[in-house]
Ligand binder design. Structure first.
Ligand SMILES: [Mn+2]
Length: 475
């Protein structure tokens, strides 16, 4: 495609020439004859001419298909230039603002006269990649520091949350690569092992070993790192750690030598992809496959709590991973046992105002509850799902939302934080409350009344503009 750039400064000519010449056939027009000659001698296709004259453009042969880039140094004369271009038949015009005092105002003024132009500024162009670069070097220095801190340890423990999910396991593998260790020198462990069928399948297919760890054993390691979880989760068992990498909202009340907590990220694997990239670490096919699967499953394939960093990590890992293996792991989602709970929820559930709520009774495993919550969120006309069930004398409640409107984490905190543990993101949250405490607060309800009670709380919450909401978000 042909591009014609009208410039005043040498720097802009050189930047455009370097960035556009691979995709465009680019010619420059420069008013200053001496500058034009110098750039021409440097091998660029530059002519000297008057940018305010229509015949300058006619001579250059511009047409409706020519892409015009016009440097805007803030001078009044720009209007005449734009008029001349328009009169010569130019329609694809991009104005590049170089340091206007108020870019939005300048854009408005120009668009009032020339509605067809596109306006953008140099900082818009350079800002995002520059920011990416700079934050990459911040990550790099952080990673180099903790790598050094871990380097002289004999035995390292990478501790995961209970019933580790794909993100936890993938993050374990990723951190082991960042630390340049093997499974002998950095053990991936958990206090309670993997139980969910698709997670077991991932573990087996990728040959990931999650060692069972007892609370007493933790102190025997030289260094302890936590991934996809923070120390408060372990309720006092782990209060001092060497490293925490997590994407859950940041908690206080523990000490960590190093931590990297980014709650706007869709997965811990996304953060660790950045760590690996920042130090140019080698990512094995197995680790890439695990991380790719983790990003997919933690963000429900970008349907929930994902942002551009997750997509960026995903596209980076994709060519390194084994896509067939991922398809195999995904096949394990639906099981007959799980369908049982989906049916229970169908029988007990109520759908009111786009909120689907169900108490599914006693469940031998916790994962049935979030599974059912995810399942019903797929229904047309459902924006919130709240599924509760009893696991080991506790009422476990999973909340899923389509990610807009009210905050799921805030909902569980408001009603359950005082009697148990409750927390989560905007789009997904969980509460675990001892059954006795639930009964003390909400009455000794019959099974069939629990659905109604929770639905009532949800509708209250969703239709209420409570003044203390802001406080609760931060709680
Ligand atoms: Mn996660």
């Amino acid at each position: 495609m042909k591009c014609y750039a009208v410039c005043q400064s040498e720097a802009v000519v050189r930047i455009l020439a370097e960035s556009l010449s691979t995709s465009f056939d680019i010619d420059f027009l420069v008013e200053n004859k001496a500058l034009a000659r110098r750039l021409h001698e440097a091998g660029l296709s530059v002519t000297g001419g008057d940018p305010q004259r229509t015949d300058t453009y006619l001579k250059a042969g511009i047409g409706p298909g020519t892409c015009l880039v016009v440097e805007d140094g803030g001078k009044k004369s720009l209007r005449k230039t734009l008029e001349a271009i328009r009169d010569a038949g130019g329609t694809l015009t991009y104005v590049l603002g170089i340091g206007p005092a108020d870019p939005a105002k300048r854009e408005d003024e120009l668009k009032a006269l020339f509605p067809e132009i596109n306006y953008f500024t140099m900082s818009e162009l350079a800002g995002v990649p520059l920011l990416t670069e700079v934050s990459r070097s911040l990550t790099r220095s952080r990673v180099l520091q903790y790598q050094r801190f871990f380097s002289d340890a004999d035995r390292v423990l990478i501790l995961l949350h209970n019933d580790p999910d794909p993100d936890a396991m993938a993050s374990g593998l990723a951190l082991r690569s960042v630390l340049r260790r093997t499974k002998q020198t950095a053990i991936i462990g958990a206090l309670h092992g993997v139980t969910r069928p698709e997670n077991l399948r991932m573990m087996n297919l990728l040959d990931i070993q999650v060692e069972p760890i007892t609370p007493e054993q933790i102190a025997t390691f030289d260094r302890v790192a936590l991934v996809d979880v923070q120390p408060h989760y372990f309720g006092g068992i782990v209060d001092r750690v060497d490293l925490v990498v997590d994407h859950h909202p940041e908690q206080t009340g523990y000490s960590a030598v190093f931590k990297d907590i980014r709650s706007s990220y869709g997965s811990t694997s996304t953060i660790l992809t950045e760590h690996l990239r920042a130090v140019d670490a080698n990512i094995s096919e197995r680790t890439a496959t695990a991380m790719l699967y983790a990003i997919k499953s933690d963000t429900l394939f970008f349907n929930r709590q994902a942002n551009s960093v997750d997509i960026d990590a995903f596209s980076y890992l994709y060519p390194l991973a084994d896509a067939t293996m991922i398809r195999k792991m995904e096949g394990a989602e639906i099981t007959l046992e799980r369908l049982d709970y989906v049916l229970r929820a169908r029988q007990a559930g109520q759908l009111v105002d786009q909120v689907f709520c169900a108490f599914v009774g006693t469940s031998p495993r916790e994962d049935f509850i979030p599974y059912v919550a995810d399942f019903y969120l797929q229904l047309e006309d459902v924006r919130w799902t709240i599924i509760a069930g009893i696991v080991n004398d506790s009422l476990v409640t999973s909340v899923r939302t389509l990610g807009y409107g009210k905050h799921a984490g805030e909902f569980v905190r408001r009603y359950f934080a005082d009697i148990g543990s409750a927390g989560g993101h905007r789009a997904m949250a969980k509460a675990v409350v001892p059954l006795r405490a639930f009964r003390d607060k909400y009455g000794n309800l019959q099974a069939e009344q629990v659905t109604g009670k929770i639905l009532e709380l949800a509708l209250d919450f969703l239709h209420d503009h409570h003044p203390s909401e802001r406080r609760l978000v931060r709680a």
